[in-house]
Design a binder for this molecule. Structure first.
Ligand code: MN
Length: 218
C-alpha cells in the first residue's frame, strides 16, 4: 500500500501565505482521501506494484477502470510533489537554475510573471508547473489530476496546486494573489535546483516512496 507522506514542516510553518487550517484540510483530508482511494482501488498488498510512477503510467494508457485509478494515483503523486515544492526556508535558485532561468525567460521576474499568468489563466482545477527539457525551462499547466511524468518528455521542477481547496480558505477567489504570495515566499528553490540537476544527469529526481507490502491499515 502507498502511504500518505508526512510534511517536512509544521502545519503553521507556511503562514501567513498558507494557513495551518488550509494545510490541515489539504494534507489530512484531501491528500489522505486520494491515498485511501488509491489503496482501495489497488487492493490489499499488491506485490506486483513497485512504484506509484508505474501505476500512473500504466493507468494513463486507458481502459474501462483506468481513469479512476489514474486520477487518484496522479493526485497522490502531485500532492506529494507539491509539498516538496514548498518550504519555509528561504533560498535562492542555485547557479545552474539561475542560468537556465535567464536563458529561458530572460530573468527571474519574467519567469515569475509567466508562472503566475499560466496559473491565473488556467481554466478550472489543475496544476501549474515549472519544467525542464534539455536544460530549457518552461511553464505549463495541466488539468485536474493530470501530471507531467506521463504526458510529456519534461522533467518537473516544482508544482503549484490550482484547485480551489489549495487557496480558497486563505484567498477566496483571488488565485492571482495566492500564486504571487506562493511564488515569493514558499517556492522551494533548493528542491527545484536539485530536480534540475537530476534532469541533467546529476543526482536522482524526486520519486514517491515505494509501497509497502503490509496489509491495509485499519
Ligand atoms: Mn490539492
Amino acid at each position: 500500500m502507498f502511504s500518505l507522506p508526512n510534511l517536512a514542516y509544521a502545519y503553521d510553518a507556511l503562514e501567513p501565505t498558507m494557513s495551518a487550517k488550509t494545510l490541515h484540510f489539504h494534507h489530512d483530508k484531501h491528500h489522505a482521501a486520494y491515498v485511501k482511494a488509491l489503496n482501495d482501488l489497488l487492493g490489499v498488498a499488491p506485490k506486483h506494484i513497485t512504484s506509484l510512477e508505474d501505476v500512473i503510467r500504466q493507468s494513463a494508457l486507458g481502459g474501462a477502470d483506468a481513469a479512476k485509478l489514474f486520477n487518484n494515483a496522479a493526485q497522490v503523486w502531485n500532492h506529494a510533489f507539491f509539498w516538496q515544492s514548498m518550504t519555509p526556508v528561504a533560498a535562492d535558485p542555485g547557479p545552474e537554475l539561475q542560468t537556465a532561468i535567464q536563458s529561458s525567460f530572460g530573468d527571474l521576474a519574467q519567469m515569475r510573471e509567466a508562472f503566475i499568468k499560466e496559473g491565473v489563466n488556467h481554466f478550472g482545477s489543475g496544476w501549474v508547473w515549472l519544467v525542464a527539457s534539455g536544460g530549457r525551462l518552461s511553464v505549463v499547466s495541466t488539468h485536474d489530476a493530470h501530471d507531467i511524468i506521463t504526458e510529456r518528455a519534461l522533467s518537473p521542477l516544482i508544482a503549484c496546486d490550482l484547485w480551489e481547496h489549495a487557496y480558497y480558505l486563505d484567498y477566496q477567489n483571488d488565485r492571482k494573489a495566492y500564486l504571487g504570495a506562493w511564488f515569493d515566499t514558499l517556492l522551494n528553490w533548493a528542491f527545484a535546483s536539485s530536480q534540475l540537476a537530476a534532469a541533467s544527469g546529476n543526482g536522482v529526481a524526486w520519486r514517491f516512496d515505494t509501497p509497502t507490502e503490509s496489509a491495509k491499515a485499519a
